[in-house]
Design a protein. Structure first.
Length: 194
């Protein structure tokens, strides 16, 4: 190999390194932009419909107490992941997204009445959406700063199970959108509808 060809090989390698660095920086910029877009799309502004619990208050004792093994025994694997591990079902796949019957939605883990069907609305988000809770003691709101977003988590007040999140982009009269996983809910039909 002549000295000239060594220089070309080194120069080509430097160019490859520069291209890789540009690719990595470009990919990082795209990911960062995507995270900000996702935050905006998912309601990145933290909704404050009621008092959000502090970290100390989030360790409160709930009325319904079970071990993780007991929860696993009574919940389906999907319910367990969503209610107890704070997972999220895929949008537009839940049983109650396009559901329109009259009645009350209750916590799938413990039966706590959460939302009246009269407050359900079509948000286009892919999850059942409600503009108000059945009563102010039905849920607990907790700060959720996961996934590089500031959100407000909605938790069942009886058992502490994860239900979904609440955002401040809902319809009147509250301006709120309780975005709830279908797997976190069961439905009880009105007696008059039976």
């Amino acid at each position: 190999m002549t000295p000239k060809s060594k220089h070309r090989t080194k120069h080509k390698t430097d160019g490859d390194i520069q291209m890789k660095i540009q690719y990595i920086l470009g990919t990082g910029a795209v990911l960062l932009l995507g995270a900000f877009s996702l935050q905006r799309c998912l309601g990145g502004e933290q909704a404050v419909p009621a008092q959000i619990q502090t970290e100390e208050e989030q360790t409160m004792t709930y009325k319904v107490q079970k071990t993780e093994q007991e929860w696993k025994a009574i919940l389906t694997p999907e319910e367990y992941e969503i209610l107890r591990k704070k997972a999220t079902e895929r949008p537009f796949t839940g049983e109650y997204v396009h559901f329109n019957e009259e009645g009350v939605f209750v916590c799938a883990a413990c039966g706590n009445p959460l939302f009246d069907s009269d407050t359900k609305f079509k948000s286009g988000s892919g999850w059942p959406s409600f503009y108000d809770v059945l009563n102010s003691d039905a849920v607990v709101l907790q700060a959720d700063n996961s996934l590089f977003m500031r959100r407000t988590e909605v938790v069942c007040a009886w058992c502490g199970s994860h239900l979904g999140h609440v955002f401040n982009d809902g319809p009147d009269p509250t301006g709120l959108r309780y975005c709830i996983n279908s797997a976190a809910l069961d439905f009880q039909q009105d007696a008059s509808e039976k």
